[in-house]
Design a protein around this ligand. Structure first.
Ligand code: 3HC
Ligand code: NAI
Length: 697
């Protein structure tokens, strides 16, 4: 017994109750408590069966992630689970909410599992760079077969109660109150003579080439990431070795994962993504405004995507465009995306109809009088945005939030077009807006705490991660992207082939290479923005390759030609010798000497450019903490989660080493781009990290 676990007797059924809010993680006191309660229940002759139950909103959601990296405290989860596995009286796990990681592993050691119909069960350790380390890799394949177990452990996605029951993870699925249902099960449905034990099962037979084929299937999406391969090795052990030998293998590989930088990085992001919503001067009890009716102005690429994201979240959406054609195009885009979701089986035609019934097309600003939140996504022009906001100011009710999706314009100037700048905020979505998880909330000088708190909650309503950023050019994500893109551009001129740069960076873990991304986003987009900027370096090499391509109408995928060629409407990039020639000649004209460029140089220049700009952003106060920058890059720009985001990655490398490389690049390529960051230099000198900076806040 402990402060988090108690034992109570109900006739001959003993109930072990875990009460460790918020998610009943398996902290030390829980492990000790379960162990003591089991010992007590074992020796009490009145106890015939045991139910393992959790108070609060969920069954055990896993090991306590905060304990990783700290000295272990006995009993370990493995010890408790082995006590559970060898327990002689029947044990039923009563599962509601989520049984995740060590939580599901605990349940798998019980003889039976009864689940609530809305429960979810999973082994998501891979999302923390780990593998299930308390028998999950050995027990789950013994219960549901190698392939399903691998899919659950490598995808990390939980399954619902119906699936879990169909697959045999759960023995009964109920709509009734879970504790009562589990106690009834314990009393009436247990054959005490034949208690099932997962560890005694054998994994169902598989084809000879199963593992080779499985590795091939996951190779692309798991490149550079160690945990998935180790999970496969554990399941190989489950198939070919005894349970005890398999457990030893799992232990050995779990330790490698747990002690790796990759897992530290992913654990960092887990907590960073929860900390990001905290804003020191916006207290948790700040009043939040209700958002039921939402309007989107501009039905183009972004407007249609934003409208769809809001429809998916159950909101009512009015969509307005300057002309009928624009509206119809927006509506068609939304319908097309919804139909695609139906044909892929992600939702039903009835759900699609219900979603569309919440969409209203409007062409009159007067119809916005009842909107709680208006998101503007018209052309990227200050004059047009000012006009739209002054109109919104006239028609919207008091208390409505007026947001702009601008990616480059000054939120304060936009806010100044209204008489209520405190109600104005930037809500910077990423394309495709219905998919990308990141939402930058751009705080203007006068944006109120209430508007920030409401926008944070709105992000959650859309299942997105809101990150509060300051009002500077490019905000956080795109501002950093400039340095990263610039190094890519210089490397091209210096002789690195686009496919070489892209391969090096994707092998390193980026979701896509910068050249493939440019072609996807459209090279005309960045070109137009650069044309309008007056503050860019006077350097004829700066974004020269991208400018040349855009000037030749080589916009990327949409024109079939960008830096790569896309033949016959394919989205697969192929090398274009014409482009290689063009770059070579331009380098010659500009006096840039071409040379062999190594992989390390590509990584260091591109990634340290990000880190340096991130340091400046922190210094200037445009991001609240280094980990917020990591959240932006992991969720908006395909930065590998197993590297934790650019700032955490720099901490992992050591800021002295990063600074040393920055100094080296300054010497070689000039201080114009590699100028010192006082913050980076100080941390490097004092042996500090960006992470500790946040902890001292
Ligand atoms: N350990 C410690 N703290 C945890 C935790 C865990 N496993 N899971 C969640 N928390 C904390 C969060 O940090 C957050 O704290 P905060 O309020 O101070 O920010 C709080 O619990 C609530 O979490 P969420 O905001 O995420 O709440 P939600 O309701 O949105 O989600 C959840 C709940 C689905 C359980 C989600 O928190 C989650 O996915 N947790 C992680 C589950 C997981 O990865 N389990 C595996 C752990 S590793 C393991 O078990 C190893 C084993 O194999 C040996
Ligand atoms: P788009 O050109 O696809 O769509 C703009 C839409 O606004 C058009 O349908 C147009 O008819 C409409 N419009 C123009 N003036 C209007 C007015 N006065 N009133 C009502 N409707 C008007 O542009 P896109 O790409 O959707 O961009 C919109 C905004 O989102 C811009 O501010 C852009 O910078 C920003 N953004 C774009 C991203 C992208 O990847 N395309 C990413 C993030 C932000």
């Amino acid at each position: 017994m402990s402060e988090t676990v108690s034992l109570s007797l109900h006739g001959q059924v003993a109930v072990i109750t875990i009460d460790n809010p918020p998610v009943n993680a398996l902290s030390h006191s829980v492990r000790k408590g379960i162990s003591d309660c089991l010992a007590e229940a074992a020796k009490d002759d009145n106890v015939k069966t045991v139910v393992l139950y959790c108070a609060g909103r969920t069954f055990i959601a896993g090991a306590d992630i905060r304990e990783f990296g700290k000295p272990p405290q006995s009993p370990s989860l493995r010890e408790v689970l082995s006590q559970l596995d060898s327990f002689r009286k029947p044990i039923v796990a009563a599962i509601h909410g989520t049984a995740l990681g060590g939580g599901l592993e605990t349940a798998l050691c019980c003889h039976y599992r009864v689940v609530n119909s809305d429960a979810k069960l999973g082994l998501p350790e891979v999302k923390l760079g780990l593998l299930p380390g308390s028998g999950g890799t050995q027990r789950l394949p013994r219960l549901i077969g190698a392939e399903r177990a691998l899919d659950m452990m490598i995808g990390g996605k939980p399954v619902d109660a119906t699936t879990a029951t169909a697959w045999g993870i759960s023995d009964e699925c109920t709509d009734d109150e879970i504790l009562q249902a589990a106690m009834d099960f314990a009393k009436n449905k247990i054959d005490v003579e034949k208690l099932p034990r997962v560890s005694a099962n054998k994994v169902a037979d598989i084809e000879d080439d199963f593992f080779a084929a499985y590795r091939k299937k996951i190779a692309h999406r798991t490149r550079g990431f160690a945990a998935p391969e180790r999970i496969v090795q554990c399941v190989e052990a489950a198939v070919s070795l005894s349970f005890e030998e398999g457990m030893r293998k799992e232990r050995e590989l779990f330790r490698l994962c747990r002690d790796s930088d990759q897992s530290a990085s992913m654990r960092h992001l887990f907590f960073a993504e929860r900390q990001v919503a905290r804003v020191p001067d916006v207290p948790a009890d700040t009043q939040v405004r209700e958002i039921d009716n939402l309007a989107v102005i501009g039905a183009g690429t972004m407007g249609a995507g934003i409208a769809l994201a809001c429809l998916n979240a159950g909101l009512n959406v009015s969509l307005l465009d300057k002309d009928r054609q624009g509206l119809e195009r927006g509506q068609a885009t939304i319908e097309k995306l919804l139909s695609a979701a139906v044909s892929k089986g992600r939702q039903t035609a009835t759900q699609m109809r219900e979603q569309l019934s919440r969409l209203e097309l409007i062409d009159d600003y007067q119809a916005l009088a009842d909107a709680d939140l208006v998101i503007e996504a018209v052309f990227e022009s200050m004059a047009i945005k000012e006009e739209v906001f002054s109109m919104l100011d006239k028609v919207c009710r008091d208390g409505a939030i007026l947001a702009s999706n601008t990616s480059t314009l000054d939120i304060d100037r936009i806010a100044a077009a209204t008489s209520r700048p405190a109600d104005v905020i930037g809500l910077h979505f990423f394309s495709p807006a219905n998919i990308m998880k990141l939402l930058e909330l751009v705080r203007g000088a006068e944006t109120s705490a209430e508007v920030i708190a409401t926008s944070m909650r709105f992000a959650r309503q859309l299942s997105k991660i809101g990150v509060l950023v300051g009002n500077c050019f490019g905000f956080v994500g795109n501002r950093m992207l400039y340095g990263y893109g610039r190094e890519n551009q210089f490397l091209l001129l210096e002789g690195a082939a686009p496919e070489h740069i892209d391969k090096v960076l994707t092998d390193w873990g980026m979701a896509m290479g910068p050249n493939a991304v440019g072609d996807l986003a459209g090279l005309d987009v960045g070109y137009k923005v650069r044309q309008e900027r007056t503050d860019l370096p006077a350097d004829s090499r700066y974004y020269r390759v991208a400018d040349m391509l855009a000037e030749q109408g080589r916009y990327g995928q949409k024109t079939g030609r960008g830096i790569y060629l896309y033949t016959d409407g394919s989205r697969k990039p192929t090398t274009d010798p014409e482009v290689s020639d063009m770059i070579r000649q331009e380098a010659k004209r500009l006096g840039v000497e071409q040379r062999e460029i190594g992989n390390d140089e590509i990584i260091e220049r591109c990634i340290y450019a990000l880190v340096l700009e991130g340091a400046r952003i922190l210094e200037e106060g445009f991001a609240q903490r280094a980990s917020d920058i990591d959240v932006v890059w992991a969720n908006g720009y395909g930065f590998p989660r197993f590297r934790g985001g650019p700032m955490f990655y720099a901490d992992t490398i050591g800021l002295d080493k990063v600074d040393e490389a920055v100094c080296r690049f300054r010497e070689r390529f000039g201080s114009q781009y590699w100028s010192a960051s006082e913050l980076l230099e100080r941390l490097a000198r004092d042996g500090g990290t960006f992470g500790n900076l946040a902890n001292k806040e």
